[in-house]
Design a binder for this molecule. Structure first.
Ligand code: SF4
Ligand code: SF4
Ligand SMILES: [Zn+2]
Length: 443
């Protein structure tokens, strides 16, 4: 019998009604999420491959919370009031603008189900109104230009320019890299427009992985895109989706590749696959959990990076993410940097926003950014610049789906999708679909 040790709320994966959920130690010692819908039965999902002590110790977050700057009323109860509503426990940090639903790939796995239905680009006037709404709700936030594939549009420089004019200053491009690779001068054009960094889909160093997850071999395209970004001075973060039995074996080679391509490659941000949107993978009999990701990293880097180097997020719920930073030593080896004390860095959305901007941007943009109130001097600038060039981040986010959605986690979400009607909708609520693929928010 599983031993229940704490309670929360979730939704039924079939009808998406809110139901009670329990966290429990299973017969195998791992942690499970248990819930029962009166109409659709019992559900049990693995959430942590490790013991209860390790699970509980992962939560080192400070109790400090910052709510939305301009909240909508909480009327129907979480997760049905997103906007953000007054029950939300974060003011937001990164916001995704879905600029188009068009895409030049047709990935079997896509949370946005891109390329389905009628092609639609978000009109510039609507983007402008979204920027205004974001400023009125606590902006400037870090902007993620997203899609579909945002580079399908020719007016990204204008969209960045529009945002700059309204007071936003960090723009991240979420892309598959095709256009960056194929169009000479495109990376320079985006850099000149004010793009801060590129979040590049990068699922492995083997074309079999791309064929499975993206529908065609793409490694050459990815390498070319990185070369073009490096030449343009754009920082790149490698973003691998990790799927059980597809590319778990790629974790170490992706990290090694990233380290070799510092400082243009700023880090790796893993996203274990979630079961929402267009997910051509079979239902989650096995799931990738935080401990499993950390074990893969440790084993496949030969112990150079250790599971103990990592901690959970401070601004978001700690069970949403993992993070460590490494410093390159003069002898070519690496050392883990101490994790920020939870009461010092990144416990609020604003601190998280600055941390993300600092960590992911290209080379010259961050000189002078201050750490935790230190005074700026030119020697400090030099030190920070050198430190940043030699710093590499390894992180990951475990998005939630209808099986493991924990409303305690969701209420602290700091990554929002922008919806012209609702406002700012936490990513995992916006992309939530039921077992039949029916969305809660996404149209
Ligand atoms: S996720 Fe946040 S914004 Fe959405 S309903 Fe829950 S508390 Fe409100
Ligand atoms: S996007 Fe999902 S996994 Fe990430 S912080 Fe928000 S709720 Fe947590
Ligand atoms: Zn149900």
């Amino acid at each position: 019998m599983p031993k229940i040790f704490s309670k929360t709320q979730s939704v039924c994966p079939v009808c998406l009604k809110v139901i009670e959920a329990s966290r429990a130690v299973g017969g195998d010692g791992n942690i499970y999420f248990l819930k029962t819908c009166p109409d659709h039965g019992d559900f049990s999902t693995l959430i942590w491959e490790g013991g209860i002590v390790e699970y509980l110790m992962w939560d080192t977050s400070a109790p400090k919370r910052d709510g939305p700057a301009a909240a909508l009323p909480a009327e129907r109860g979480c997760p049905y009031d997103c906007g953000l509503c007054e029950a939300h426990e974060s003011s937001g940090c990164c916001v995704l603008l879905e600029l188009t639903n068009r895409c030049n790939l047709r990935c079997p796995v896509c949370f946005a189900s891109a390329g389905e239905g009628e092609a639609r680009d978000l009109p510039l006037e609507e983007i402008s109104a979204q920027y205004d709404m974001l400023m009125a709700r606590g902006g400037p936030f870090n902007i993620q230009l997203s899609g579909g594939e945002p580079t399908m549009r020719d007016d990204l420089p204008e969209i960045i320019d529009l945002g700059l004019g309204k007071g936003f200053h960090f723009f991240q491009l979420n892309t598959n890299g095709l256009r960056l690779a194929e169009e000479p001068g495109y990376a320079e054009k985006l850099k000149a427009a004010g793009l801060s960094c590129v979040f590049l889909q990068f699922d492995g160093m083997d074309d079999k992985v791309y064929t499975a997850l993206r529908g065609r071999p793409l490694l050459d395209v990815k390498l070319k895109a990185i070369d073009r970004c490096a030449a343009a001075g754009l920082g790149v973060v490698l973003v691998p989706v990790i799927a059980p039995e597809v590319n778990e074996d790629q974790v170490g080679s992706i990290i090694r590749f990233g380290l070799k391509n510092m400082p243009h490659v700023r880090g790796v941000h893993f996203q274990p696959v979630s079961y929402f949107g267009r997910c051509g993978l079979t239902a989650p009999a096995t799931r990738i959990t935080i401990p499993r990701m950390l074990r893969l990293i440790e084993a496949q880097t030969g112990g150079q990076m250790k599971a103990g180097d990592f901690g959970g997020g401070g601004a978001e719920n700690p069970y949403c993410s993992f993070h460590a930073s490494y410093m390159r030593r003069d002898d070519g080896g690496f050392m883990a940097l101490p994790r920020p004390r939870s009461e010092c860095c990144c416990t609020t959305s604003a601190e998280a926003r600055d941390f993300v901007a600092r960590q992911w941007s290209g080379r010259e943009e961050n000189a002078g950014l201050q750490e935790c109130g230190m005074t700026e001097t030119s020697s400090l600038d030099e030190f920070l610049e050198k430190a940043r060039e030699n710093t590499f981040a390894v992180s990951g986010m475990l998005f939630q789906d209808a099986w493991n959605l924990d409303l305690e986690r969701l209420r602290r979400c700091y990554i929002c999708e922008v919806d012209s009607e609702r406002g700012m909708v936490p990513f995992c609520a916006y992309n939530l679909t039921d077992a039949g693929g029916r969305p809660l928010y996404r149209k």
